[in-house]
Design a protein around this ligand. Structure first.
Ligand code: NDP
Length: 322
């Protein structure tokens, strides 16, 4: 028997329904996984509320998981029953068993368990492309990271430190400030502070070459005020709602650049996915970046996990166990 969490109508966490469904059969090019762990991500909230649209309804939400190959569809040559694999960016993860296109899967190396793999694929590959590709962080850079104690944030802080940056993290509580200091953040600012004024003080007026902002609507303009002329605003999420600011503000604030990147674009080609995942696994195995799974929930209690995430009560990564 198979179970999944499905959404029939967009809304709050109560719209996440635990249902019995048939075990899916893999189509050509797919494999079926028995999932051992499913990653919780803020994008799951967007699909639940309808901010991001699923191709059809009802929808099994969730983008990321790790498990064992259980059946192999026609044409799949590089995976076999029993392989340990993980993926990110494939809608339908909140299930005990599911099918995934083989081209989305990577083998989990020894030394990394299912829970860690499910926790790191989406958030870790995102942190990686943000610090190595969207803006290549250099030794000596001072950078700012919003939601620095969160899933992507706590990996981003560690990776940027590893690359030699001075890291300013922004969080909502003193406990989270303590947490990001323990991850290596040089400065832990609270959302209640005047962020641009604090950045001015920290950089002796130079301001920043780049800001990593996943909060969106509430922080967009404040983030621009932290940049130096021609600095880069990386707006990669909407935890507080989507950004609707007029582009003219970029001129007024010093010929700024803005980008709205997604992991999908950076891992669209198979070789980019493999390279990104390998670098992530190696960086984690080296100890330079630690994946903190600070919350786990049974998959059937996904609603409780969503409540905690939206109430800003989680830190690091959260994993759902089928
Ligand atoms: P987090 O663990 O970072 O949780 C979200 C955090 O955002 C909260 O803990 C909270 O931290 C902060 N926050 C600020 N304002 C709000 C608000 N109004 N409501 C809720 N939280 C708020 O989640 P994830 O690591 O899963 O994702 C982080 C962000 O990265 C999301 O915006 C997500 O969409 C984005 N993302 C983008 C990707 C891409 O490809 N572009 C890929 C992966 C994630 P605090 O209390 O400290 O303020």
């Amino acid at each position: 028997m198979n179970h999944a969490i499905r959404v029939h109508e967009h809304g709050g966490p109560e719209t996440l329904v635990w249902e019995e469904l048939p075990k899916p059969e893999p189509k050509p090019g797919e494999v079926r996984l028995l999932q051992h762990a499913v990653g919780l991500n803020y994008i799951d909230v967007y699909f639940r509320t309808g901010l991001y649209k699923a191709p059809s309804m009802p929808v099994t939400i969730g983008m990321e998981g790790a498990g064992v190959v259980d059946a192999v569809g026609d044409g799949v040559t590089d995976l076999k029953v029993g392989d340990r694999v993980a993926y990110a960016g494939a809608l339908g993860a909140y299930a005990e068993a599911r099918c995934v296109p083989a081209e989305k899967l990577v083998k989990i190396p020894e030394g990394i368990d299912f829970t860690q793999a499910a926790a790191m694929m989406l958030q870790g590959m995102t942190a990686r492309f943000l610090v190595k590709e969207t803006y290549a962080v250099q030794r000596g850079d001072t950078i700012l990271v919003h939601a620095a104690a969160g899933g992507v944030g706590s990996i981003l802080v560690q990776w940027a430190k590893h690359l030699g940056a001075t890291v300013i993290g922004v969080v909502s509580t003193p406990e989270k400030a303590e947490l990001i200091r323990s991850l290596g953040a040089d400065h832990a600012l609270l959302t209640s502070e005047n962020i641009p004024a604090r950045v001015k003080e920290i950089t002796a007026g130079a301001m920043l070459p780049v800001v990593y902002d996943s909060v969106g609507r509430d922080t967009f303009v404040t983030s621009l005020d932290c940049l130096r002329p021609r600095g880069l605003m990386i707006s990669f999420g909407n935890a507080s709602g989507p950004v609707t600011t007029d582009l003219g503000v970029l001129a007024a604030k010093g010929s700024l650049y803005v980008t709205r990147p997604t992991l999908n674009t950076y891992t669209a080609k198979r070789e980019d996915l493999v390279r990104t995942a390998q670098d992530l696994f190696e960086t984690v195995k080296s100890g330079a970046v630690k994946i903190a799974v600070n919350q786990t929930f049974p998959l059937k209690d996904a609603a409780k996990a969503h409540e905690a995430l939206e109430a800003r009560k989680t830190t690091g990564s959260t994993v759902l166990i089928p």
